[in-house]
Design a binder for this molecule. Sequence first.
Ligand SMILES: [Zn+2]
Ligand SMILES: [Zn+2]
Length: 285
Amino acid sequence: MKPSEQRYNDLTFRTEKHCGLTIEGFSRAAMQTYWRIPELKLGFDLGAQPWEFMNTPVWFVSHTHMDHLLALPAYVCRRRMMKMEKPAIFLPARKVNAVQHLLDAFTHLDHGKLPCDLIGVKPGEAYELSRECAVSVHETEHPITSVGYIVWERKKKLKEEYRQLTQNQIRDLAISGIDVSQEVKHPRVAYLGDSTIAGLDNNPDMYEADVLIMEMSFAAKKHKTDKIYRRGHIHLDDILERRNRFHNKKIITAHFSVRCPDAEIERIVRRKVPNMLDNRLILWF
Ligand SMILES: [Zn+2]
Ligand SMILES: [Zn+2]
């Protein structure tokens, strides 16, 4: 085991396998949010950073509220200290300068360089991480600039018109320079970040991802107020009103308000959704 893989239990997080992916993370509103998927070598948000998460080299930040960003300088510093490659941090383009200033301030305070690539993203863009994997950027609805991300699996598939041909015929066509295949992509993971439900409604591909990681900051009736929507969050009822739209294999809900204890959230959800949306709905405490 490498020193960077040592588990110290310095920060709590939960680990579960879903749809062939390991989902690891923790998310509580106003506390901290951090997720990663080791197989994809990427993570979402940097509210805090368990020691062993530093092995993940690419991060997608949804927005710059402190509970989603605070660990960035520590993460970059640890990778430099452990002689790892500089990481890539994708974040809303409008915030890149301010985040660079934050890193510059820590470079000054800590007397150490913080090497990383800050990549400003805008909704509508997509980034190829590898031949098999691309990430698209989606506008969400929150009081500050915020985006969600979809991780796409890309595969080459034989074009429809060539499916009746034999292997030899296909090979001959390919040798003659004809492109017999086309790219098909499938949404593996969608990460909403902090948003009202408009963040899903306006980005319907999120409803199709194998695994959807989304916020559900509020579940209690008393918390269903205009204020939670003005602050850009989701209530359990918003999900239930759209229950038929979710085609995800797993719907991971998190970022619960600290005003509601875990047991109360669990009780409310299990009373309102006894079948947990065909056992697809996960409350991630
Ligand atoms: Zn948050
Ligand atoms: Zn936020």
